[in-house]
Design a protein around this ligand. Sequence first.
Ligand SMILES: Nc1ncnc2c1ncn2[C@@H]1O[C@H](COP(=O)(O)OP(=O)(O)O)[C@@H](O)[C@H]1O
Ligand SMILES: [Mg+2]
Length: 371
Amino acid sequence: MLTEIVITHLRNLERVSFSPDSKINLIVGPNGSGKTSILEGIYLLGRARSFLTNKYKSIVQQGKTNCTVFGRVAVDDHSPRLSIGVSRSVDGASQIKVSGQKVRNSAPLIELLPTQVINPDSFSLLTGGPGARRQFVDWGVFHVEHTFLKSWQKFSRCLKQRNGLLKLRTSGAKELAPWNEEFVECARIITAQRESYLARFSPYFEKALKQLTSLDDVTLSFYRGWDEKLELQAVLMESLARDQKRGFTHYGPQRADIKIKYLGMDSGESLSRGQQKMVVCALKVAQGCFFAESTGRESLYLVDDLTAELDEDHQIKLCEMLGEIKCQVFATSVDISSFSEIWSRKPHSMFHVEQGNLIEAQRVSPHIWRS
Ligand SMILES: Nc1ncnc2c1ncn2[C@@H]1O[C@H](COP(=O)(O)OP(=O)(O)O)[C@@H](O)[C@H]1O
Ligand SMILES: [Mg+2]
C-alpha cells in the first residue's frame, strides 16, 4: 500500500505530492491536465519504467535532466513504512533506492508494489503478440513462486549465451551442448511454475468473468513455447540448422503464450472489442484476487480513463469487484459526475488535477455523499 507519493519533473508535473487513501483514489481533471502522468509516476515507482514508452526523454519534463518519484509503502497495515525512490534521466539511466540504499534492479520495487494496469493499451492483451500475455503470467508466478526470478535470470543468461554462439554461425552441436543442458533444465523449472500458476489462477478468472459478463465459453490454455508432445532437448537438436541460419533460438520458454479462446476460436478474432475489454478486466481482477488470497497481501490497480473505455454498467461492475478485493486503486476520469456516481457507494478520496497541479483533495464517505 502506498501511503505517500511525491512526483517531480515528470511530463507536465512539476511537483505533485499527496497522501493517498488506503483503498480508492479517484483522480479527475480535464484532458491534458496530468492524470495519466500521475499513474505513470506511480507505475515508475513500482517498476522503474514507464507503461507508455521506452523513451525516457519523453517522460522527463522538458528542460529538466531527470524525473523522480518518491514514495512510502507499507506491505500491510502492521508493517513499518519503507521509503522507495526511483529517478530516471533523459538518457535512460535509472537510480533506485529502497530505504536509502541503492539497489541494482527493479525486483525489490516489484515485490513492494505489486501493480496491475488497466488502460487503453492493456485492452490489446488478447489481440497483440504473446509478449504481453507472457508478462501477465510471469507477474503472477514472480509473486507466488519465490524461486521464479532466479530461475528466469539463469535461463535468460543461458539463452543469451546460446544466441551469442548461434550468431557466430561457426558453432555446431558440440559447442552448444553444455548450454542446451542448462537451457533444458531451466526451461523445465520455469514451465512447471507457469503451468502450476495458470492451473490455480483459472478458477479465479472463470469467477471474475461470470461476474462481469454472460460469456461462458472462454478458455485459457498454456503454450509452453514448443510442442508439448516432444522433449525440449530433441526439439533443440531438430531445430539446430534453422537456429544457426537465423542466429537465435526458436523454441523454449521465451516463446510461451496463453491461448485465450472463445467457442474454440482465437478470442482476438471471435469476441467483439467490448467483450475483449471485459475478458481483459476479468483477467486483471482475477490476478489481484488470486494474489491477495495466495500471499495475504494487497496489490495496486492503476485504472486509466475508465469512463472513456467501458459502458456504465460494466464500469459499475468492475468498480464493485475492485472494491471487494484487497487492493489500493488509483483511477482517472475526465468526467467527474459519472465517476462520482459509479464510486458513490464506497468511501474514497477524490483528487482534482489542473495543468499539472493537484488543486484539491476531498475525502468522500458514502454517508456524507448521500446527505
Ligand atoms: N516531457 C514533457 N514535458 C512537459 N510536458 C509534457 C511532457 N510530455 C507530455 N507533456 C504534457 O503533459 C501533459 C500530460 O498529460 P496527461 O497526463 O496525458 O493528461 P491527462 O491524462 O490528464 O489527459 C500533456 O499536456 C502533455 O502535452
Ligand atoms: Mg490520460
